[in-house]
Structure formats: structure tokens, C-alpha cells
Design a protein around this ligand. Structure first.
Ligand code: PHE
Length: 454
């Protein structure tokens, strides 16, 4: 087999993996999911899911990847010692492909908003229109068009592909090490400003005082699915990055840092967005349009809001691109190893396929938005099916294959390479992998299929 690239430093692995984890899931999706599902009750379930299910799966995916040293599909066959398990990897890779087709669309929307914050046109209101109408009109003008989102999402995917085409060390690692510190600085700056708004305490209230009456199986699986999505689990991302991790690295430690960084950014995104929403009396339950219709109204009203807007959308772009890098990397690694093509050719093939899929999503939101099935557009279906079905399914099968087939003794052996021996606490996390994750997810998925509607 030919020489595989590897990450050259621990900081590079953490930056790339945190870059994968921190994305639209944290800044765009987490606040609106929390907003829609009652705020803190959702957040508490989310946090429990992160610690008890997310973290063990993060180190397991890394360990599987490093052990198998191959693409996400074949990893399952190798770890499960039977080629038929490859089908799980295949579902994972298919899932990430489907996600990347709408992820690029939303990233395109964000770039459009960044661009219009820069030129100022986003905030050019004629005095006659009220601001709600204004931003609704901008959003629907953008999302109902075919060409605007297509152009802007192609910018997103080409920027991403340029990074991937340079390889793991020279592309993914190098640019993650630049982009992640930028992201953190922007974030801290924006939070600092948000904390001075009068709505800050009200949003702390909303985010941290639970109302458990709102919790249904749908909310629980939604929170677990969101936890997995946010940690990039169940899609082969961490398996793929794991396959580029050297044997000298301590996987558990890397997993802890990535999980922590991702969780902090999700919670702080809530704190970044809700104070503004409450200060200006907007609806926290607005849904996907929260950052595109509600937030700009806030930016319009707050002093210096245009600059805030510019930095905010820049932050989201940086977060989204580092996530897209990992999505494309899963697909690229797979194509390279299956087809024996060069990295450059594989990258561009993946870009073409994703762009075509992106165009379908864009048409589904725009010119063809009158075509819905069960009231959902294509994007909405893909989001729903991946979040609630395929991601939990792959996660549960990963736990079963690693915990029961490969077995935790062998998992531990891999984890102890590059690390001191495992502790009692580590042992408990492995027990979760075997005994808790599979039944809990299976029961919830059955409850969901038996009719809990969203
Ligand atoms: N974790 C990313 C986010 O929160 C999304 C993602 C999914 C990234 C799959 C890579 C792979 O936005």
C-alpha cells in the first residue's frame, strides 16, 4: 500500500478535529434547536448525550481509524473482521455526502450575508419598510433564487477543496492551525459584546432553567442526533482523521479536548445569539432562519451592529469551512483508495458530485420549492433523515461493532498506544459503549418510528 500522509502534531490533530466538530451545527443549528425545543431541558439532555455517548464514540472512532488506517468504509470491515460490516461505513459516507450537499448551500447563504454586510447593502433600508419585512425579503430573495446560492455555495466548496487538495499535513492540518485560533478570537470578542446587552440575564434564564414538560422521545432523539452531528460522529469523519493519527498520540486526551471545545462553542453560541434576541424582543423559536432573519434585526438596532454582523458572519464562515474540509476529506480519502486516483483528481471529482447535489438542494429551496413531500423540502428531508435516522443508526452500529465484535480489550489496546494505561474511569466509559449506547438509541429510534412526529 502506498505511503499515507499523517498529521504532524497533536495541536494539528486537535485543531483539525475541533474544526470538523465546530461548525454550522454549533452556531446555526444548536441555538435554534434549543430555542424550538424549550431551551434548557433540551440543553441538559444534549449535555448528557455528549458526555455519556458522544465522548466514548469520539475516542472509539479515532481508535478504529488509527487501527485500520484506511477509509471510513473499509474500516468497518477491518474492525468488525467481516466485509459485510462495510455497509455501515457506506451508510456513514453516504450520510456525509448528503449532508455536504445542504451544508454547502447554507454556507453559501452565510457568505452572501457576509458579502452584503461588507458592502452595507444588507442594512440599506428605505425608511418606508419595517425591518422585519426587510430581512424577510432579503432572505426569501436569496433562498428562492437559483443563481445566488449556487454561486456563493460554489465559492464555499472551492475554498474548501483547495485546502483538501494540498493533503493532510500541508492542507488540512496547516489551515486548521490558522483558522481555529481566528475562530476563537472572533468568538471571544463577540461574546464579550453580547454579555453587555440587557437581554443577557434573560437568555441565561431561558438557556439554563429547564422545563421538562416539553421533553418527548422526539426531543430526546433530536438532542442526541444533534450531539452526534455536532461532534461529527456517525459519518466517518473522526474515523478518517483517526486514520491519519500517528501511533505516538494519546487518543483519549485528544478526544477530551475536541469534545470540550465543541461543547463550549455550542453553549456559548446560545449565549451569543439569545441575549440579542431577547433584548430586541424577537422569537427564540424562529428555526433555521434565526441567524438570517432575526439576528440581522438585532445587528441593525445595536450600536456598531454592522461591524458585529460582519465579524459574526465571518466567524460562521470559518467554522463552516473547517467542517466542510472534514466532510470532503471523508469522501476524498474513500475515492483515493477505491479508485487509485491522485488526491487532486479525487478532490475535483468529489467537488463535482457535491456541487450537483448542492444544486438539487438549492433548486428545492428555490425555484422548485413548491414540490414538497409531507410538507418538507429536499433540504428539510435530508436534515431530518440524517439527524434522526442514519447518524444514530451508524452510531449504534459503531458502538456494537467496536464494543462487542472488536471488543473493548482490543479497543483499549489501541487506546493505550501513545498513552499511559487506562484508568477506572476509562473502563466505565467503555461499559457505556457496550451496555448503554446501543439499547438507549435503539429504544428511542423505535419510539420515533412508532409515531412520535416532529
Ligand atoms: N460537526 C459539524 C457541525 O457541527 C458538522 C459535520 C458533520 C462535520 C459531518 C463533519 C462531518 O457543523
Amino acid at each position: 500500500m502506498k505511503n499515507r500522509d499523517t498529521f504532524s502534531s497533536k495541536i494539528g490533530i486537535v485543531a483539525a478535529s475541533a474544526g470538523s466538530a465546530i461548525g454550522l451545527g454549533n452556531i446555526w443549528k444548536f441555538p435554534y434547536m434549543a430555542g424550538k425545543n424549550g431551551g434548557s431541558a433540551f440543553i441538559i439532555i444534549y449535555l448528557i448525550a455528549i458526555i455519556l455517548m458522544g465522548y466514548p464514540l469520539v475516542y472509539t472512532e479515532f481508535a478504529m481509524g488509527r487501527r485500520a488506517k484506511t477509509n471510513a468504509v473499509d474500516t468497518f470491515g477491518i474492525i468488525g473482521n467481516k466485509k459485510t460490516w462495510n455497509i455501515v461505513g457506506f451508510i456513514a459516507v453516504l450520510t456525509v455526502f448528503l449532508i455536504s450537499t445542504f451544508y454547502m448551500m447554507i454556507t453559501g447563504w452565510v457568505i452572501y450575508y457576509f458579502y452584503h454586510s461588507l458592502t452595507g447593502t444588507l442594512y440599506n433600508l428605505s425608511s418606508a419598510t419595517d425591518s422585519v419585512m426587510h430581512f424577510k425579503a432579503i432572505f426569501s430573495h436569496m433562498s428562492s433564487s437559483m443563481s445566488i446560492p449556487l454561486i456563493f455555495s460554489m465559492i464555499a466548496i472551492y475554498m474548501t477543496a483547495l485546502i483538501n487538495s494540498m493533503g493532510i499535513k500541508e492542507g488540512v492540518e496547516k489551515y486548521s492551525k490558522i483558522m481555529m485560533p481566528v475562530l476563537f478570537v472572533l468568538f471571544i470578542f463577540l461574546i464579550g459584546y453580547s454579555a453587555t446587552l440587557p437581554g443577557f440575564s434573560k437568555s441565561m434564564h431561558f438557556l439554563f432553567r429547564p422545563d421538562f414538560r416539553l421533553v418527548t422521545p422526539q426531543v430526546i432523539i433530536g438532542a442526541i442526533g444533534q450531539a452526534f452531528f455536532s461532534l461529527s460522529l456517525g459519518m466517518g469523519a473522526l474515523i478518517t482523521y483517526g486514520s491519519y493519527i500517528a501511533k505516538t498520540e494519546n487518543i483519549r486526551q485528544i478526544a477530551r479536548q475536541v469534545t470540550l471545545a465543541d461543547t463550549i462553542i455550542a453553549l456559548f453560541s446560545g449565549l451569543l445569539i439569545f441575549p440579542a434576541v431577547f433584548t430586541y424582543n424577537l422569537e427564540p423559536t424562529a428555526g433555521p432562519s434565526l441567524i438570517f432573519i432575526s439576528l440581522p434585526q438585532v445587528f441593525l438596532k445595536m450600536p456598531g451592529g454592522r461591524w458585529f454582523s460582519l465579524l459574526f458572519f465571518l466567524l460562521v464562515i470559518v467554522a463552516a469551512i473547517t467542517s466542510m474540509v472534514s466532510m470532503l476529506e471523508i469522501l476524498i480519502t474513500y475515492v483515493i483508495e477505491k479508485r487509485n486516483w491522485s488526491r487532486k483528481t479525487s478532490t475535483w471529482m468529489v467537488v463535482i458530485a457535491t456541487t450537483l447535489g448542492g444544486a438539487v438542494n438549492i433548486a428545492g429551496e428555490g425555484p422548485l420549492s413548491y414540490i414538497t413531500v409531507g410538507g418538507r423540502t429536499i433540504f428539510s428531508w435530508l436534515d431530518y433523515l440524517t439527524n434522526n435516522i442514519t447518524i444514530p443508526l451508524v452510531a449504534v452500529l459503531t458502538a456494537i461493532i467496536a464494543g462487542w465484535v472488536w471488543q473493548t480489550t482490543r479497543l483499549n489496546k489501541e487506546l493505550e498506544i501513545g498513552a499511559a494505561s487506562s484508568t477506572k474511569l476509562d473502563h466505565y466509559f467503555n461499559l457505556l459503549l457496550k451496555w448503554v449506547i446501543p439499547p438507549v438509541i435503539v429504544i428511542l429510534m423505535i419510539a420515533l418510528l412508532l409515531g412520535a412526529e416532529s
